[in-house]
Design a protein around this ligand. Structure first.
Ligand code: FAD
Length: 567
């Protein structure tokens, strides 16, 4: 891909789950699994999902006073940033996955795993309705119910098709390891089919037309990988077919990689044009049939169709049904993701946390709180406050929301108040022209700065580590609910809110060239960034085993090229 956008204890009726009940739902209520002896004192934490957020939580949870049960339909962690490399055999699928049981095996915390999918969350009764993986059970799915004390929802997101007709039936997605493996087989299939002697030139062109929908990091990285695969490996094996191969990248917006610095976008577009990848910007896919893709030009509304051999759909993420259902239950319908506060607690639910792609920190709530604090302080409804009152309000806000403090420091706004406050004793008592609305509208910029954290592995992993850290300190904090002495009586939350630290992002562009955008808007494009990309991705692997496998795969590819066997 692209851009280096860098578990669940179930207990039933007070015991830990050890066996699935066999029967399916009775009157809609699945039967409850049997239980074993369990240390009553242990709090049960159920983690849904073994992706970036869930795994990071599991790797960082250290307090042995929890019993953790992980529920996920996938018994492994997948290093998604290398999925595009799997589509062309640059790295093998098994090199980027690590069994979750391996990752938690040596931990002092009691962590158990169940390969199952949770299909309903009942937060009111603290119950989770789950069913085992379809493929594993010849006798059908097993259903069971799990209780929890704390729930960590980290189920990620699903592909967003924007309800475009024909997409689900005819396009490949690039979200899971299986998707990448399917794409790899289909690419080889297309080349083998196009080699058959019965075809004419038009048929060959059609079969070897690869369309990629979505000019985000994943689409761009896949197009670049495919171009390298075709030009470095497949042309040698299918010598007569090179002239028929075409890769088209369709993007509805004006540019590809539009979340990157303009220099990267321009470089990527120019490089793709030089490489012969047809970049069609301002072109929205409106329908896909088994033979053709129909697009609408954003500028003039012109509709056209093109035949294709394989289409990969990569246009962003949508909400999983379990999250949609849960949001409806808790009054959060019509949202894209579960709204949490800055401590990652799901709004309106006790002891439920959400992180990663399925969650979003509700910044609107921050501004609502700030408005309420101002309204309370402005007793006479004048719209102004004395310097003293203003300072008190700001101190209160800064204590609750450290990002506001940071913002004010950056804008040197704290200094204005300090200056006024320090000027004269009586000024501090006077009502002076400090307009609340003006101040609030300045603060709303904090909102937009903090809003919409990108749906990336980096955010998910940091949230998982943050939440585990809070859980590790929960017992200590319960003993001293008001936190360290300096905060007592302040009403301040006992944990610092979650703060995202952006470490930069990569966009591999093929031909051993990568664009890197690092903190401080430092941009680097070219071969040197490709080596940085190799180092970062090798270092970010979750285990020494996968690290060794990935580096070996890269070396194998350098020496022998990519394998084109269709297995
Ligand atoms: P996921 O990692 O998707 O994990 C969700 C987990 O929940 C999975 O284990 C899933 O099996 C499980 N689950 C699903 N439904 C249920 C259920 N009902 N019950 C229980 N468990 C369930 N980000 C970057 O920062 N850099 C990159 O370079 C990058 N490249 C990417 C390339 C590709 C091809 C893709 C698809 C994504 C890429 N991302 C990248 C984004 C990154 O992968 C996601 O942001 C990240 O995976 C989100 O983590 P998560 O834990 O929220 O969800």
């Amino acid at each position: 891909p692209s851009v280096s956008r860098l578990l669940v204890l179930v207990t039933v009726s007070g015991g830990s789950l050890v066996a699935y009940a066999d029967a399916g739902p009775t009157n809609g209520v699945p039967s409850i699994a049997s239980t074993a002896n369990v240390d009553e004192k242990k709090k049960k934490v159920v983690v849904l999902g073994t992706g970036w957020a869930g795994t990071s939580f599991l790797k960082n949870i250290k307090d042995p006073s929890y019993e953790v049960q992980v529920i996920s339909p996938r018994n492994y962690f997948a290093f998604t940033p290398l999925l595009p490399s799997v589509t062309c055999g640059t790295v093998e699928a098994r090199s980027i996955v690590e069994p979750i049981r391996n990752l938690v095996r040596k931990k002092r915390v009691d962590i158990r795993f169940n390969e199952a999918e949770c299909y309903k969350i009942d937060a009111e009764n603290r119950k989770l309705y789950c069913r085992s993986n379809e493929n594993n059970n010849l006798n059908g799915k097993k259903e069971f119910v799990v209780d929890y004390d704390y729930l960590v929802i980290a189920v990620g997101a699903q592909v967003n098709t924007f309800n475009t007709p024909g997409v689900v039936e005819n396009c490949h997605f690039l979200k899971e390891v299986e998707d990448a493996q399917r794409i790899r087989r289909t690419v080889i299939d297309c080349f083998e089919r196009a080699s058959l002697p019965t075809l004419d030139e038009e048929d060959r062109k059609k079969i070897l037309h690869f369309a990629v929908v979505g000019g985000g990091p994943t689409g761009v990285e896949f197009a670049a990988e495919l171009h390298d695969f075709v030009n470095e490996d497949l042309v040698k094996l299918y010598p007569g077919l090179q002239e028929f191969v075409k890769i088209t990248l369709l993007e509805a917006g004006d540019h590809i990689l539009n979340m990157f610095d303009k220099r990267i976008t321009t470089f990527a577009e120019e490089k793709f044009r030089r490489d012969g990848i047809d970049v069609k910007t301002g072109s929205m896919v409106i329908k896909v049939t088994d033979k053709e893709i129909s697009t609408k030009e954003m500028k003039n509304g012109e509709i056209s169709s093109m035949p294709y051999g394989m289409t990969v759909w990569s246009t962003g993420i949508g909400t999983r049904p379990i999250i949609k259902d849960f949001m409806t239950q808790i009054g959060q319908a019509n949202r894209r993701a579960l709204a949490t506060d800055e401590w990652l607690r799901v709004e309106g639910c006790d002891n439920v946390y959400a992180l990663g792609d399925c969650a979003t920190i509700n910044q609107r709530k921050v501004m609502e709180d700030i408005s309420a604090i101002f309204s309370k302080a402005d007793k006479d409804n004048s719209g102004t406050l004395t310097v003293k009152e203003f300072q008190e309000v700001i101190d209160d806000i800064c204590e609750r929301y450290p990002q506001v403090e940071l913002y004010l420091k950056n804008k040197q706004m704290h200094n204005i108040v300090d200056l006024l406050k320090g000027s004269k004793e009586d000024v501090a008592k006077e009502s002076i022209e400090l307009d609340i609305e003006e101040f609030k509208s300045a603060l709303s910029q904090v909102d937009s700065q903090m809003k919409n954290l990108p749906a990336t592995a980096q955010v998910a992993a940091q949230q998982g580590a943050y939440l585990a850290h809070c859980f590790n300190r929960m017992e200590e904090c319960e003993k001293y609910p008001e936190g360290p002495l300096r905060f007592r009586g302040s009403g301040r939350h006992r944990f610092r809110p979650f703060r995202y630290k952006h470490l930069g992002q990569f966009a591999p562009l093929g031909g051993e060239q990568t664009a890197a955008q690092l903190p401080g808007d430092w941009v680097s494009i070219g071969h040197s960034s490709q080596w940085l990309w190799y180092s970062v991705y090798a270092s970010k692997q979750v285990s020494w085993r996968t690290r060794a496998l990935v580096v070996t795969d890269w070396t194998r590819r350098f020496i022998f090229g990519r394998d084109s066997s269709r297995i």
